[in-house]
Write a protein that binds this ligand. Structure first.
Ligand code: FES
Ligand code: FES
Length: 162
């Protein structure tokens, strides 16, 4: 067992966990934040994507102990109180989800994509960047549209605050 101390969605948390505990299990089972999903056991699907120190990472690929001291943002931490993050609003407006299972990971990845492309995004770039996120409902068309719209709506202030 090891003690893991993290900042999650702006809150300091600490838990004693088995050394083999994956970050995604820490988030879901120890913290009860079940918006981060598990969609595969091969690190392919991206449903578990969170931000670690501001960068999108598949949380099934790291041990909780490896990110001791880091700042983690999950889908639950993206909205500002009752105000959705612009990327969340864009997915709602442009019907960027069907069953919704992949959506938290898609949105966390989308925010990271926008931050890494300050020059702007075209459809080809978005589709390439989404290669690590699988939508099993195959609704990529509206996901891409949502990300294009979300990117346009994301102000510099919100991006800097992430
Ligand atoms: Fe992490 Fe599928 S659960 S990539
Ligand atoms: Fe169903 Fe993507 S909306 S898996």
């Amino acid at each position: 067992m090891s003690e893991v101390k993290l900042t999650v969605n702006g809150r300091a948390v600490s838990r004693d966990v088995e050394d083999r505990t994956l970050l995604v299990d820490f988030i879901r089972e120890h913290l009860g934040l079940t918006g981060t999903h598990v969609g595969c056991d091969t690190s392919q699907c991206g449903a578990c994507t969170v931000h670690i120190d501001g960068k999108a990472v598949k949380s099934c690929t790291v041990l909780a102990t490896q990110v001791d001291g880091a700042s983690v943002t999950t889908i639950e931490g993206l909205a500002d109180g009752d105000t959705l993050h612009p990327m969340q609003s864009a997915f709602r407006t442009h019907h960027g989800l069907q069953c919704g299972f992949c959506t938290p990971g898609m949105i966390m990845m989308a925010v990271d994509i926008v931050k890494r492309h300050p020059e702007g995004l075209d459809e080809e770039t978005i589709r390439k960047e989404l290669e690590g996120n699988i939508c099993r409902c195959t609704g990529y068309h509206n996901i891409v549209k949502s990300i294009e719209a979300g990117a346009a709506d994301m102000g510099g202030a919100k991006m800097a605050a992430e």
